[in-house]
Design a protein around this ligand. Structure first.
Ligand code: SAH
Ligand code: SF4
Length: 359
């Protein structure tokens, strides 16, 4: 059986080398070829001993998901539809003046069924493997090439694509480790952001095992509304979530959590909601990122009007809560937040059952 080396973080790669009778220290050299130079063919890894190259050809591969389509939006946002066998997932690159951000998917679909999210509406197919997660970065780096000055174009990674990354914890963490590893992508913890809908016990585990910058999808400032918009709130209600955010900050690379708040007209965008949100912001060191709702067919929600978003933002900022509004990117190619749908086959396996947490 061949091993896909994209599945292995540094420790696992050393373990694999020991297994195939190679010196573990050579793993570092191979890791640099794969992740720093983007090489996928062992035969081209010119400074490896020939015996090692031959051994690898027989036992291993470097295999990222295949590209089904590659589209570029008017604003330069680029979206790839990738084949993961049972379905398709999406990866988005967002170029900005000072940085380039890659938005990565963690699952094909999502079990959590938030009504305002296209991925959630699609249902769930399966968890991605580490190779399919880090493979998105590996592939995008190769396809984007380097900038004129030879620097990498991708400076930031956000786990904000399809899926709930913490519900695929075992595969996501090795991928995060590779993003941070100096022999792989060497990104600082502040430049890698994981966004979660609020899976409390796994937020605690991430804090212990691999703290990166944290974004939390809040979207509602009280339990009644959040239960309705995000069913996961029934299991992990706001007070539990805010507690996990405070604990996370002990180890987090930034001294705040980013709360994402999708602006839905007439649903969560009133003056009273803004006041409740100010109350929440007083409980955790945070910044608020307002996301204008991005429509998709059959969503059943509307985007708040620009004046409503401005007023909401001014109310929060006026109360000393640092609030920004996310600029919508790549809308013309359905690459904006919440529009990623991929192509989900087999939508029946909802593994994650939601029940009210026991008191
Ligand atoms: N499952 C994780 C990661 C997805 S991140 C999470 O929920 O945090 C994608 C972000 O876009 C989340 O904040 C999500 O709530 C938000 N989002 C989902 N649907 C959206 C839509 N239609 N318009 C704008 N933002 C949306
Ligand atoms: Fe899943 Fe996040 Fe979409 Fe909710 S918002 S359905 S948790 S991807």
């Amino acid at each position: 059986m061949t091993t896909n080396l994209l599945d292995l973080d540094s420790d696992a790669l050393r373990g694999f080398f020991a297994e195939i009778g190679e010196k573990p220290f050579r793993a570092r050299q191979v890791m640099r070829w794969i992740h720093r130079r983007g090489e996928g063919e062992f035969a081209s890894m010119s400074d490896l001993a020939r015996s090692l190259r031959e051994n690898l050809v027989g036992t291993a591969v470097v295999e990222a998901p295949g590209v089904i389509s590659d589209s570029v939006a008017a604003d330069g946002t680029r979206k790839w539809l990738l084949n993961v066998g049972t379905s398709a997932i999406e990866t988005v690159f967002i170029p900005e003046a000072q940085r380039g951000t890659l938005c990565i998917s963690s699952q094909a679909g999502c079990t959590l069924a938030c009504g305002f999210c296209s991925t959630g509406k699609q249902g769930f197919n399966r968890n991605l493997k580490t190779a399919e997660i880090i493979g998105q970065l590996w592939l995008a780096n190769r396809l984007l090439g380097a900038s004129a000055s030879g620097e990498r174009v991708i400076s930031n990674v956000v786990m904000m694509g399809m899926g709930e990354p913490l519900l695929n914890y075992e595969a996501v963490v090795p991928a995060l480790r590779l993003m941070l590893d100096d022999n792989a992508y060497g990104l600082s913890r502040r430049r890698v952001t994981l966004s979660t809908s609020g899976i409390v016990p796994l937020m605690d585990r991430l804090r212990e095992e691999c703290p990166v910058a944290l974004a939390v999808s809040l979207h509602a400032p009280n339990d009644g509304l959040r239960d309705r918009l995000m069913p996961i709130n029934i299991k992990y209600p706001l007070q539990a979530l805010l507690g996990a955010c405070r604990r996370y900050l002990d180890r987090a690379p930034r001294d705040f959590v980013t709360f994402e708040y999708v602006m839905l007209a007439g649903v969560n965008d009133s003056a009273a909601h803004a006041q409740q949100l100010i109350g929440i912001a007083g409980e955790v060191s945070c910044k608020i990122n307002l996301i204008p709702f991005n429509p998709f067919p059959g969503a059943g929600y509307r985007r708040s009007r620009p004046e409503a978003i401005r007023r909401f933002s001014e109310t929060l900022n006026g109360a000393g809560v640092v609030t920004t509004t996310r600029r919508t990117r790549g809308e013309d190619i359905d690459a904006a937040c919440g529009q990623l749908a991929g192509r989900i086959a087999d939508r029946t396996r909802r593994k994650f059952h939601i029940a009210r947490a026991e008191a």
